[in-house]
Design a protein around this ligand. Structure first.
Ligand SMILES: C[S@@+](CC[C@H](N)C(=O)[O-])C[C@H]1O[C@@H](n2cnc3c(N)ncnc32)[C@H](O)[C@@H]1O
Length: 224
């Protein structure tokens, strides 16, 4: 992977004030290098321009870091080539991360990079159906999807995988409407706890992170 990617990644991480050390930048750069190499024979991503890849995929995925606190387990449903799950594990190797996707070749890629980096990331090739045991997917402290489905479809599905005191996240593009996110949460017994709208620092592209908690749970510093 070239220096252009690494420089853009550092700039984007700095602009978002994310806690990412030099060793993690090294792991993320290796991840990006393998992504572009695999992408020549297996279609994993449409974004191959280094600055765009660094900012719009990698740094954007890492925007979840300040929110996950002391959580120990993360389930990324529809992780594709490992975003955000594998990227988060590059920065927080102590996390137990499960990346799931219905496309086997994407999961094969995640498994190969996780093995090379010796990260505790489990790849599961399955179409998540909302039944954790049947899907062989763990209930987790953080259940997240990025660009996987509209909140209307994601929230009722993702809610089924929450561990006790867990938090459900959606990583969204522009156009996240608070009222709609509140309503979709209510239908699944959840309460919208956070909606953070932000701009990526290089392109100015708009992003949002939404977080729901089980309704009625006492407000506290979340584990997630
Ligand atoms: C647009 S891609 C996003 C990939 C990745 N999260 C990212 O941000 O680059 C959506 C992915 O979700 C996967 N997907 C959609 N529905 C799924 C389901 N029910 N279970 C598992 N994977 C699913 C698709 O196979 C696809 O790889």
């Amino acid at each position: 992977m070239d220096a252009v990617f690494e420089d853009a990644l550092r700039r984007a991480i700095g602009g978002l004030r994310l806690p990412v050390g030099p060793e993690a930048v090294g792991r993320l750069t290796l991840f990006a290098d393998r992504l572009l190499k695999w992408n020549r024979r297996v279609n994993l991503t449409a974004v191959t321009e280094p600055v765009e890849l660094a900012e719009k995929h990698f740094a954007d995925s890492l925007a979840l870091l300040p929110h996950i606190g002391a959580s120990r387990t993360i389930l990324d449903i529809g992780s594709g080539a490992g975003l955000p799950g594998l990227a988060l594990a590059c920065v927080r190797p102590e996390l137990q991360v499960t990346c799931c996707d219905s496309v086997g070749k994407k999961v094969a890629f995640v498994k190969a990079v996780a093995a090379e980096l010796r990260l505790s990331v489990r790849g599961v090739a399955v179409r998540a159906t909302g039944v954790p045991e049947a899907d062989s997917l763990p209930r987790s402290d953080v259940v997240v999807s990025r660009a996987m489905a509209d909140p209307d479809r994601w929230v009722p599905l993702g809610a089924k995988y929450l561990a006790e005191c867990g938090r459900l996240y959606a990583m969204l593009g522009r156009g996240a409407e608070r009222e709609a996110l509140e309503a979709v949460g209510e239908q699944s017994g959840l309460e919208l706890e956070l909606l953070e709208q932000f701009a990526l620092p290089i392109s100015g592209a708009q992003r949002a992170i939404a977080r729901w908690r089980p309704r009625g749970e006492r407000r506290r510093a979340p584990r997630a």
